[in-house]
Design a protein around this ligand. Structure first.
Ligand SMILES: Cc1ncc(C[n+]2csc(CCOP(=O)(O)OP(=O)(O)O)c2C)c(N)n1
Ligand SMILES: [Mg+2]
Length: 1031
């Protein structure tokens, strides 16, 4: 009784018109047609203006309690129905709408229900038809309940869906909701309908498509259809998307009756694909019983699913698919999706294969692949590439995105209509690895979007030995995708047709909205983590279930048999046929005696490595540039077009212009000239990283902003020559791991490009350590894959504290592959290029803008590509001595690996008492000190600009030049950091261990730099004293 009184009061309040009601409500009362249609339009025009009506109603709803929230829509729908047919609504509504049509005054059309305990309702005041308020209350209550029921299924139906083939971890069971009934999950309370009401017919709101052609349905049918759409093998999570069109589109794909049904042909195709997926694993298991392969057993539907995605996207115009995936099922994907020749896969199981090319190689389930083939469903030529990846789960995600973006860029595919990325994930890795989140956050940024990725999660409900209760705090492993409002389709991977439907919808979503989408394939892992692993140690119950669970091929074959779509003879034929294909390939694989990792390239740069005769000429093209080009780029870089730029920036531009007039460059000009001259030659340049457009230290200013007009910007370097290549300079999200991975992927697509990533401060590179270690430093050795990516890492001790001083050069140097103890066999001829070719990467620390200019240009002048790590300066950006003349960039000039002393000491080298080798900004510090201390004749200071590969030849020559000098390595970094550990043994090797190498620098420490400026200055002073001690 209490409950009904309360709900009655709520209802009464809701329906009591505010006497000072809004214009809409007053007009509605006077003339509903005019108000809702915006004119006296005849009824038949109503449909075409319904948007206006909705908008008007929505506007009023904000002001009126009567027209608030979900009942706005409801009342509107009642009204719409009444217009069509007054009998289609309850008589109470009929009376109400008749009253308002008859011109009832505000507040008089609607007869409020009586207060509890008051006498029966009095007659209407405006001559309208008497209405029983209690009846209205009840009807409205029921209608609203039906609305809320529908909405409940749309929002929370997935929690009650039948997703788990093993039936052990329905999502709701893991949350507090597990104690509640299904009705409580859907509606928050038991359904407020009695058995007798199940046959009542209810108008369906516009926000559901369960009716198909029908606008109203009996309640029992409404529930049945909602169950069918939301609570069977597919769990649709989409109501968090705050876009009406997108939500409605999704409903359209899952709600209409029969929408998920496949044609017989589709069923048969799915079955055949499933057969291959299953039998491939069976074959491997049979032939190599004790080999790790991270088989797909338990999620065989991945293959038909992926193929469906590719069919649909290819149908809609995509001809290049860039994929990234972890270990699970990788060989199967290579064999059955990418269609790598089976003999090439099988031969990888032979450990006695000779290595056919250089490099250290990698295990079979990490290798990449690129393959062109005809898609047999669409008959179109498509390219499929799978990126090579390390063991580090999810690290490949941003790499795939960058590669996709680059392909789109070169094809002018501005919407992603031609090139699309697909990422596969494991459930534990998808929720556990932060780079997944970073990658999602790149998905909609203008310079990083790949226009929608289809994510497929092989959700086998386990990660190695850890089950979801201990591997994540979110209900689903896919929750991370919600941050970008990507719809998530959970699907029971034992329901073949549901998987195929979901894959079709995902592909269509991607092609329509160009946004990410997630397919959560809920499956199981039939074996242990790998085939050698015992899962019963840790998941005994789960594995007891799995043991008794039929595989999906059997389940589906039985289903199609019942439907008469396949027969036993047919099945046997197909199975034997595929088995024979595998056997033949195995035979062929035995003839392969050499393993060529070159055949497993995900980005083959056809024709780049060799000339027509297959030779690579080890020569660096000239990196110098004619005077007029320098002048033109310098002048354009100093102009601000017709923008009103900031006063401070005007001064910067003026100073730039003056430098160009004086034929001098500073750091920013050196960098801009390198970029500009490459653009002139048709080389695309992309500079990405946090705040790179302006530059963290405000020295760069590559994108100028108008001070008066928002978003009016000018990029001078894109305004150099009519046929120049495009320059992309883009501030990135605040990510290193994700963004560096992205740029690496971008750099892999086209060798004729210069891709640079700048860390805000060099030390932040450690957040991207995985990309640096697993891809950049070792990618070529493992996967024969080249990249000319440049890392700009601000480095230098300026008293800014421990966090902003060191880019950790020691880490990069430690991973350099040159031998400290071996002096190169030959240092003549093409030694410099050979040495670069042999290196895993190049590490430099330039002290002049001209040298920066040359080393950047050299990146694309080399006949191969190498990653380049440059420790870039901070204080040198504006240092008066850190300038170069135009003469140092003219044709014939080149990058200087070392810059020898050219002062008085070098003129009388025999008399020189000390030869200091150093690198980077500290050079300018001790240069001044040497002069202040009057030691210019006694001390020579030589800068090493290319630290790695080590310039053995030049360092040796320099040492020989000063036969009587003591040799010092000087650095501002602590002794256990910086360049010392790398340079010292190589310097010893350079002089054949005939001379001692003294250390000058800070003592070993745990933190990279002092915490206060005062302490820093004290340490600097000690450094200088040490440098010139006993002289
Ligand atoms: C970054 C990272 N951490 C740890 C591992 C070790 N590891 C390999 S597979 C695996 C479990 C992965 O589980 P899931 O993502 O669910 O994939 P599944 O093997 O179940 O397909 C772990 C922890 C790894 N490869 N990468
Ligand atoms: Mg897993």
């Amino acid at each position: 009784m209490l409950r009904s009184q309360a709900s009655f009061r709520v209802l009464q309040q809701m329906f009591t018109l505010n006497r000072t009601s809004s214009v809409l409500t007053r007009n509605l009362a006077r003339n509903p047609i005019k108000t809702l249609c915006g004119s006296n339009a005849p009824r038949r025009h109503y449909a075409s203006t319904s948007l206006t009506n909705q908008q008007a109603t929505a506007a009023a709803a904000k002001a009126e309690p009567f027209l608030s929230g979900s009942n706005t829509l409801y009342i509107e729908e009642m009204y719409e129905s009444w217009l069509e047919d007054p009998k289609s609504v309850h008589k109470s509504w009929d009376a109400y709408f008749k009253n308002v049509s008859a011109g009832a005054l505000p507040g008089q059309a609607y007869q409020s229900p009586p207060d509890i305990g008051s006498s029966p309702m009095s007659a209407p005041q405006a001559g309208g038809i008497p209405i029983d308020g209690a009846q209205i209350k009840e009807v409205v209550d029921k209608h609203l309940s039906v609305q809320s029921l529908i909405r409940g299924y749309q929002i929370r139906g997935h929690l009650c869906s039948d997703l788990d083939p093993l039936d052990i971890s329905v999502p709701a069971l893991r949350s507090k909701d597990s104690m509640k009934s299904k009705e409580s999950i859907i509606m928050g309370r038991p359904y407020p309908f009695g058995e007798a009401e199940m046959n009542n017919i209810y108008q369906l709101p516009q926000t559901t498509m369960i009716g198909g052609e029908e606008k109203s349905l009996p309640l029992h049918e409404i529930i049945k259809r909602l169950e069918s759409s939301y609570c069977r093998s597919i769990g649709v999570e989409y109501m968090f998307i705050n876009n009406y069109e997108q939500c409605n589109w999704i409903r359209q794909q899952f709600e209409p009756p029969g929408i998920t049904k496949l044609t017989d042909n589709e069923k048969r195709l799915a079955w055949e694909r499933l057969l291959r997926s299953t039998k491939f694993e069976d074959f491997l298991a049979k032939k190599w019983t004790s080999e790790k392969r991270f088989g797909l057993e338990g999620c065989e539907m991945l293959i038909p699913g992926l193929k469906t995605i590719i069919d649909c996207a290819s149908e809609k115009g995509v001809d290049s698919f860039v994929m990234g995936m972890p270990h699970r099922g990788r060989l199967n994907v290579l064999a059955n999706v990418i269609r790598k020749d089976l003999d090439q896969i099988f031969c990888q199981f032979d450990s006695n294969l000779r290595k056919g090319d250089e490099g250290s190689g990698d295990v079979k389930y990490h290798l990449g692949m690129s393959h062109q083939r005809i898609n047999h469903v669409t008959n179109k030529l498509i390219n499929l590439s799978l990126c090579a990846n390390p063991s580090h789960l999810e690290a490949v995600d941003p790499v795939v995105q960058g590669k996709t973006k680059a392909e789109q860029f070169y094809l002018n595919d501005n919407e992603g209509d031609k090139v699309m990325s697909i990422l596969l994930h494991g459930d534990a890795a998808f929720s556990g690895q932060g780079v997944v989140y970073e990658t999602f956050h790149l998905s909609d940024l203008p310079d990083y979007t790949s226009h929608g990725t289809i994510h497929v999660v092989v959700n086998n409900q386990i990660g190695f030995t850890t089950d979801p209760r201990h591997s994540r705090s979110s209900p689903y492993c896919t929750d991370v995708a919600m941050v970008v409002r990507a719809p998530i389709f959970h699907v029971n991977a034992d329901d073949v047709e549901a998987v195929i439907h979901v894959c079709k919808v995902a592909a269509e979503w991607r092609m329509k909205f160009h946004k990410d989408v997630v397919i959560d394939l809920v499956c199981y892992r039939r074996n242990g983590h790998n085939e050698m692993d015992e899962p019963m140690f840790t998941q005994p119950l789960m594995y007891q279930k799995i043991r008794n669970h039929p595989n999906v091929f059997k389940i589906y074959t039985d289903k199609l048999k019942t439907e008469g779509l396949v027969e036993q003879a047919d099945i046997d034929n197909k199975v034997n046929e595929y088995d024979q294909i595998c056997e033949n390939s195995l035979e062929a694989s035995k003839k392969i005696d050499e393993l060529n990792f070159r055949h497993w390239l995900d980005s083959p740069w056809k024709g780049f490595f060799q000339d027509v005769y297959g030779n690579v000429e080890l020569k660096v093209a000239d990196t110098g540039v004619p005077e007029e080009v320098i002048q033109h780029i310098g002048k354009t870089f100093s102009q601000n077009a017709d923008l009103t730029i900031h006063g401070g920036l005007r001064r910067v531009m003026k100073a730039r212009n003056e430098m160009v007039n004086d034929r001098i460059i500073d750091w920013a000009l050196g960098e801009a000239l390198a970029i500009g001259s490459l653009l002139k030659d048709g080389t695309h340049v992309r500079l990405s990283g946090q705040d790179v457009e302006r530059g963290t230290f405000s020295h760069r200013h590559h994108k100028l902003h108008d001070q008066k007009e928002d978003r009016k910007v000018y990029v001078p370097l894109n305004d150099l020559y009519p046929n120049q290549a495009t320059y992309t300079v883009c501030n990135s999200s605040l990510s290193e791991y994700g963004v560096l991975g992205f740029e690496l992927g971008y750099s892999m697509t086209n060798p004729n490009s210069l891709v640079l990533w700048e860390a805000q401060f060099g030390d932040f590179n450690n957040t991207a350590q995985c990309i640096i270690d697993q891809f950049i430093s070792s990618g070529q050795a493992k996967w024969i894959r080249m990249s000319g990516l440049v890392l700009l890492l601000p480095h230098g001790y300026e008293g800014m504290g421990p966090e902003h001083s060191s880019a950790r050069p020691e880490r990069f140097l430690q991973m350099q592959n040159d031998d400290p103890d071996h002096f190169p066999d030959s240092i003549v001829g093409d030694f410099v290029v050979r040495q670069l070719q042999d290196a895993n990467w190049i590490i430099a620390n330039c002290t002049t803008p001209a040298n920066l200019f040359h080393i950047l240009r050299r990146q694309t002048a080399l006949p191969f590509r190498k990653p380049l790590i440059i420790f870039t300066p901070k204080s040198l950006l504006r240092h008066p001595l850190a300038r170069s003349s135009f003469n140092e960039m003219l044709p014939g000039t080149e990058f200087q690996r070392i810059i020898p002393d050219n002062g008085p000491a070098s003129e009388n080298p025999e008399k020189c008492r000390r030869l200091i080798f150093c690198t980077g900004k500290v050079y300018y510090d001790i240069l001044k000190e040497r002069s202040d201390r009057g030691l210019v004749d006694d001390v020579a200071i030589t800068r090493i600009e290319q630290i790695a590969p080590f310039p053995f030849d030049l360092v040796q020559a320099e040492m020989n030049k000063y036969p009587n000098a003591g040799i010092h390595w000087l650095q501002e970094e602590h002794k256990n950091m910086g360049f010392y550990d790398y340079c010292k043994p190589r310097m010893r090797t350079a002089c054949g261990w005939t001379r001692r190498i003294h250390y000058t620098g800070r003592k070993p420490e745990a933190a990279p730099a002092a915490g206060s400026k005062a302490e820093h200055l004290k340490q600097q002073k000690a450094l200088y004293d040490d440098a010139f001690r006993k002289l």
